[in-house]
Design a protein around this ligand. Sequence first.
Ligand code: HEM
Ligand code: HEM
Length: 231
Amino acid sequence: MQRKIFIWDIPVRLFHWLLVAAIAYSWYAMEILEDLNQHFIAGYCALTLVLFRIVWGFVGTHYARFTNFIYPLSEVVSYFRNPSGKARKQYLGHNPAGGLSVLALLAFILIQVSTGLFSTDDYYFGPLYGLVSSATASTITEIHHLNFDIITVLIALHVAAIVFYRVVKKEKLIGAMFTGGKLAKGEVQKPITSSKLILAAIIIGFCASGVYLLSNASIDSEESSAEYDFY
Ligand code: HEM
Ligand code: HEM
């Protein structure tokens, strides 16, 4: 017998689709609009979201916690060897492959936003540019460029994996990221009973305030002091 149980809280679902929007807009602002001010704003939104998700990974609801999707190496290896094992238990939250991809996405997006803070195109400057020498800033800017290529590959793999689960394994993962509910098979699994919205609002408030202060940091360097008033 199958029944739908609630696993993704509202903050995780909002986090996911807002992150998709922030990354897409950040790329669009940079490459199509060529508007670095807009690029920065989208980047700050992505930073706020990732910081929130890291904290939520410790204090959020059951399936959102890192402990729920960081598996022992042996389980990850066994999953990759035989992902469709018939006798396998159902992973209601992220499975071992999904857990790894979530960690990789979060880590590389964190690198992207952190390097952006020190990056420059010699006209616009990230808010922390003044903390490093111009040679270091140009190396960091290079990393910002290269890292985006890695993120692009990770996103392509992420979407391909989800299509694979839909087509081959008939698992409707996308619907669950919208509605929060997933079909549970067989043995009783634990649904979440609340989205902990007040806690989530407090955490997002702290993250957004921190990022706002950071975005207004006026750490001057000789090269950038003329530009800071704009951000
Ligand atoms: C979601 C987060 C972000 C993504 C996906 C992203 C992506 C990119 C991409 C694709 C480029 C163009 C690279 C190229 O043309 O080869 C770029 C350039 C740049 N980004 Fe970001 N970025 C993000 C966050 C940030 C943040 C938070 C800042 C600073 C506050 C920032 C500052 C810059 C700067 C200054 C450049 C221009 C570098 C240059 O033209 O050489 N980025 N970013
Ligand atoms: C910019 C592009 C994307 C990024 C950065 C991204 C990132 C992520 C992250 C970080 C998670 C983990 C969610 C959490 O536990 O908080 C996730 C899960 C998920 N994403 Fe995405 N995502 C992207 C695009 C998409 C797209 C286009 C789809 C739909 C086709 C999608 C569908 C899903 C689904 C279904 C899950 C849950 C997977 C599972 O059940 O284990 N994502 N994504």
